[in-house]
Design a protein around this ligand. Structure first.
Ligand SMILES: Nc1ncnc2c1ncn2[C@@H]1O[C@H](COP(=O)(O)OP(=O)(O)OP(=O)(O)O)[C@@H](O)[C@H]1O
Length: 300
């Protein structure tokens, strides 16, 4: 961990694939304090996988820096577990051989019990060949390897995408229990916004190559309210997104001062907060206290 406790930090981070292909990340800047369970969300193609690969040291930035646990990603591989979107595993190995391979690669940190708890919880056979496993079963083995590594930072690219709802619930619970017990920081990209509220305490929303929201979920929710009134005027409050409703207009706003006015006030859910920001890519970014990189200072 770095002195100031950042598990992942990006400053002026830029990334493009080849000269002609356009910029994926452009001036991306944020700081993720250690110990958080962070949801990484954003539209398709916005650079979530790219950011995770940069943090895993599999890509090099075109501009700026990314630091993990206070150091360069390539120097931190032993302390970082990365699960790619396509969950690459050796198809000819069995599940048990795959876990043994994980142990050999991580002799100083390997936690066989934790890996086996994840791998075998649903009745998966140790002798089953990886090539015969379903997508969800492969995911289970990939997550078992990541947990067994006993990393300080886990980077998970859409880890739950091909799991059935029960397996998703069970695995998310097991993963988060392991992470909480050991103080592991988790960054998990996902499109299943409704499920993030129960599993994540931190949010990183990417869009247009930059960070649009960053902070503790509680802080981000506290900075916003849903106002329903005759509209379209919502006083001094900064409107993120506004839609007509039966009763007039409902707006998700960033509160600027007292909330009294001719409208009804409700707290948004995390899903409402994320959807409003996805619907309005032009909304002003918000990085709450402690989540802007040291040299930049918070933008709100
Ligand atoms: N190896 C590559 N070569 C060229 N372009 C790439 C490569 N990998 C990703 N890209 C491009 O970079 C952009 C960001 O891709 P990335 O996979 O990081 O997005 P994402 O947010 O993870 O998307 P999704 O939600 O669809 O998984 C996309 O436009 C994609 O086409």
């Amino acid at each position: 961990m770095s002195q100031d406790g950042a598990a992942l930090e990006a400053a002026g981070l830029g990334m493009r694939y080849g000269r002609r292909k356009g910029t994926v990340l452009d001036g991306c800047a944020f700081r993720l304090p250690a110990g958080r369970i962070c949801a990484l969300v954003g539209p398709n193609g916005t650079g979530k996988s790219t950011l995770l690969k940069l943090a895993a040291g599999l890509l090099r930035p075109a501009e700026g820096t990314v630091r993990v646990l206070g150091g360069a990603p390539a120097a931190m591989r032993e302390r970082v577990a990365y699960v790619a979107q396509n969950k690459p595993l050796h198809p000819q190995l069995t599940v048990a051989e795959t876990l043994r391979f994980g142990a050999e690669l991580n002799p100083r940190r390997w936690d066989a019990g934790a890996a086996e708890r994840i791998a075998y919880a649903s009745g998966l056979e140790p002798g089953a060949k990886i090539r015969r496993l379903s997508g969800g079963q492969r995911t289970r083995v990939a997550l078992a390897l990541a947990v067994g590594k006993r990393a300080d930072l886990m980077l998970l690219d859409e880890p739950m995408a091909d799991l059935d709802p029960l397996a998703r619930h069970e695995l998310a619970g097991a993963l988060l229990a392991e992470a909480t017990e050991h103080g592991t920081t988790v960054v998990m990209s996902s499109h299943v916004v409704a499920e993030l509220e129960n599993s994540c305490d931190h949010l990183l929303l990417l869009g247009g190559g930059r960070v649009r929201l960053a902070g503790r979920v509680d802080d981000l929710l506290a900075a916003h309210v849903l106002l329903t009134g005759r509209g379209p005027d919502f006083g001094p409050h900064l409107v993120v997104e506004q839609r007509p409703t039966g009763r007039g207009s409902t707006a998700l706003v960033r509160s600027r001062g007292a909330l009294d006015g001719d409208w009804q006030v409700e707290q948004p859910t995390l899903e409402e907060l994320i959807l409003a920001h996805l619907r309005n890519p032009a909304a002003e970014p918000l990085l709450t206290d402690g989540t802007a990189p040291a040299q930049q200072g918070a933008t709100a």
